[in-house]
Ligand binder design. Sequence first.
Ligand code: PMP
Length: 427
Amino acid sequence: MTATEERTNLDTALAQARERYVAQRPVGAAMHADASEVMPGGNTRTVLYHPPFPLRIARGAAQRVVDVDGHEYVDMLGEYTAGLYGHSQHSILDAVRAALDDGISLAGHNVYEARLARALVDRFPALELVRFTNSGTEANLMAISLARVVTGRPGIAVARGGYHGGLLYFGGGGSPVNAPYEAVVFDYNDVEGARAAIRENADRLAAVVVEPVLGSGGVIPATPEFLAALREESQAHGVLLILDEVMTSRLSPQGAAPLFGVQPDLITLGKYLGGGLSFGAFGGRADLMAHFDPSQPGALPHAGTFNNNVLSMAAGLAGLTEVLDDERLHALNARGDRLREALNAVMAPHGWTATGMGSMVGFHPVPGPVRSPADLATADDCQRELLFLALLERGFYAAPRGFIALSIEVTDDDVDGFVAAVAEVLG
Ligand code: PMP
């Protein structure tokens, strides 16, 4: 088959898959049309949009979700890592209900926040003191702002393709809605390039901000040498190292940093650590975080009406203390490793590659190896969308861009079924 014929076949297959998607979802189509009258594109979170109109989910339980037209899926997406506990963990639901029984929006310190803080400080070695926010985005904004204050320097150094929140995205030349921090960009896993970027711009850099596994940028793990080089070079020049563990904190009971042998100055957290509710946190070295101590003269402000909202605090605490023991977390990440290996076995002959680490899995229409987003440059969006739609038809929900974050509810049978579905579609 010529390249042109292959293209035409793909385009035809995609048009047909979209038609079937639409035909099977009259309720979803109507709700999307209705939503579009009052929200731009019927959407309030860009990542959830996909053509012809996004999946609209009515409910979920354990590892399953059901769309508004009644189709059921195994949820392999796991709310982009925030859904680690699945959709109906009893301990978490009970904790939220108990918190609700005591009233909402209390405008005071409550009985949960310090307990959750202690659970986090006990867990993550880099975390000596911690503060809560409403999202991972806000956590990164606060951590960067703190670094700017303590260093007296304005800029940040980040990886190309790094995602640190809606206002901190550094793929494709950066987002036009980014916060106006001066950003020096280096390539992920390029040890010498990153060293040079830090060294040459050190007098303008407050912090290096980096994910141990590039999440949104393609689920690409760092090499230990790369993170070690960032640590060494930043330290040598008085630049802080902020490790964005919003996604990767799930990779071991202590997060990803110890897996790579790196000790950051600050880390940022989010996602599942709020038990599945809105959440973010930042923290690290006590001498840095002490700047926020409001009992001290000249303390930095840190505001946020819902920073300590009782629902997120109670849900996060229940998750860490009643659900997520080390054994479960190891099993989750081992299952992810097995999934990635099985996916690579069925995908490689078709020119696809599965990436990631532990329970974070990516899959891409490129032959690999994938060491930085540049290795994904030839990935064909049409192939991605075809696989996404075909997997929906077979009862599996993964992100359109090829992303999986397993929840602890996903079983070995689910994983086997997913791999079989991928093999069938690509085969
Ligand atoms: N950092 C990373 C690595 C993320 O993946 C995300 C969210 N996908 C964020 C920060 C932002 O978190 P939030 O969506 O809670 O603002």
